[in-house]
Ligand binder design. Structure first.
Ligand SMILES: [Zn+2]
Length: 189
């Protein structure tokens, strides 16, 4: 990630603009996220105010492809977000406990922007994200409905058969078999 290091101490006392491009893989490098692909351009303007203080203004624009919560099919999420952060050399420890202020050890010459950029973009993904109403993959929705009906425990008591658990080979705290079925369905698609 050498390309995302900002050489703080070497910055001149004025504005500098840096451009970065993030692709889908970038978001899955540290841990797997739901990002399937993407393209986000980041313009980072850095203003060095004093020997120890820098104002960072990050503008992120682009798109991510993530799974729709309803039909599991790809959906595109537009990314257009800004983030402003004051970075200051102070003390010996990294401290990000204050909103909008990041204290970095005085001994640091560089700041790795990787986490800041990733988190700024990922935080814009809404907790619930779906295609607009009526735009989910109709085939997938039909499949899902069928499956949910199939797997739903026999609430009507019509079936006398005792079903063998679906997940013999898995620990007892395995995921809800319905979700397992959905996942299989998606994988086979
Ligand atoms: Zn959908």
């Amino acid at each position: 990630m050498a390309g995302f290091r900002l050489r703080l101490r070497a910055l001149p006392f004025d504005n500098q603009v840096f451009n970065y491009h993030l692709d889908g893989d970038f978001f899955n490098q540290v841990e797997k996220t739901e990002v399937r692909s993407g393209s986000v351009d980041i313009t980072l303007q850095v203003t060095r105010k004093t020997e120890n203080t820098y104002i960072l203004q990050m503008a992120c624009k682009g798109w991510l492809v993530i799974p729709c919560d309803r039909c599991l099919d790809d959906m595109t999420l537009d990314i257009d977000t800004d983030y402003r952060l004051t970075v200051r050399h102070e003390g010996e420890l990294l401290d990000d406990s204050r909103d909008g202020v990041l204290l970095v050890p005085e001994t640091w010459n560089e700041l790795d922007m990787t986490d800041l950029m990733r988190d700024t973009v990922l935080l814009t993904i809404p907790i619930v994200h779906c295609h607009p109403e009526g735009e989910c993959d109709p085939e997938m929705m039909a499949h899902l409905e069928e499956h949910w009906t199939d797997i739903e425990p026999a609430a009507d008591g019509a079936s006398d058969e005792v079903e063998k658990p679906l997940d013999d080979d898995k620990p007892s705290d395995a995921i809800d078999p319905r979700w397992e079925a959905l996942r299989k369905l998606k994988d086979n698609n």
